[in-house]
Design a protein around this ligand. Structure first.
Ligand code: GLN
Length: 309
């Protein structure tokens, strides 16, 4: 097997030469200010070692990757009754689509499209003020990453709150169908803030390790989620983690992964490692263009696809 550090360094060198890097998201104005030339990658191996290359220490907006953490937290809070309010099927539609919600009577297809994640935020808000729910999510992310320096980028949250009209529409629509227990504005406050968590590739790879390790955090020795739940979250990441690009990601990369419009992807090689990659330019599905390519090269060279024997 090739040396992992060499493979990471070679991927970073190759990505630096690429011309087509996709488009940085501008619908959240604060994200539009990010340098598209940034590229970082980190691999957190199950034995505790973290290997990095490129801009792997620089925090970026994790956006929809946060939906993996809120799902894990909400399942811990309410268990499988969550599935009465959110489905588990790939949507085949863009992350912010509203059309399916009407046809399916306000039950979002899965927890990773925006509508599904807004319902998950609503579950986490139960019995709390938005501030407390946001604090609980941040504490959870810090604990799985074993890093208390992780913060929420308030400017990104404010930027999305000021312009997130589609999410306002989705939340109102969910409320209209009776699938939101709080006022849309309060639930969206939780949603926008968890999307605005800023993490580096190193922190994100470390945070995903429990999913590669049967639900256990290696640093604390604690069980974060049961092994069955970790397996199911990984299954959802594989089938739904890249929205209408999920099939393509499974075909090319072959491991569970969750993307965000900040250009990050967190991916899991069960039993082996958790990976984070960051390149801000997005493809037409809103997934990191070079991030997907880098993961494709990494899984091919390390023979990490879950479909290879
Ligand atoms: N906060 C973003 C939004 O709601 C998250 C989308 C994403 O990362 N795909 O539009």
């Amino acid at each position: 097997m090739p040396g992992l550090q060499d493979v990471l360094d070679e991927i970073v060198a190759e990505m630096a030469t690429r011309q087509g890097r996709g488009e940085v998201a501008t619908y959240i104005p604060q994200l539009g200010k990010i340098d598209p030339a940034k590229f970082g990658i980190a691999v957190a191996l199950n034995d505790g070692e973290v290997m990095t290359s490129g801009d792997a220490e620089e925090p970026f907006s994790i956006q929809s990757i946060s939906k993996v953490f809120t799902l894990a937290l909400a399942l811990g809070r309410v268990g499988d009754v969550l599935w009465q309010r959110v489905g588990r099927e790939p949507s085949g539609t863009p992350f912010n689509s509203i059309v399916q919600l009407e046809i399916e009577h306000g039950i979002p297809r899965n927890p990773f499209i925006n509508a599904g994640a807004i319902v998950v935020s609503d579950i986490l808000l139960a019995g709390h003020q938005p501030r407390e729910a946001i604090g609980e999510i941040l504490s959870f992310v810090r604990s799985v990453a074993d890093d208390d320096s992780i913060v929420i980028d308030r400017d990104v949250a404010a930027s999305e709150r000021a312009t997130g009209y589609r999410n306002v529409a989705l939340a109102s629509y969910l409320k209209g169908f009776g699938n939101l227990n709080h006022e849309p504005d309060l639930t969206l406050g939780v949603y926008f803030h968890h999307c605005a968590i800023a993490m580096s590739c190193r922190q994100l790879a470390s945070a995903g390790r429990f999913l590669a390790n049967s639900g256990r955090s290696e640093s604390s020795g604690h069980t974060v989620v049961s092994s069955e739940r970790a397996r199911r979250i990984n299954a959802l990441m594989l089938t739904c983690g890249h929205y209408d690009g999920s099939g393509e990601f499974a075909f090319r990369v072959g491991i569970p992964g969750k993307s965000g419009v900040g250009g990050g992807i967190m991916a899991v090689v069960p039993g082996v490692a958790s990976i984070a990659v960051w390149s801000p330019g997005l493809n037409k599905n809103g997934n990191s263009m070079l991030g997907s390519l880098a993961l494709e090269q990494l899984t091919r060279r390390m023979n990490w696809s879950i479909f290879s024997s």
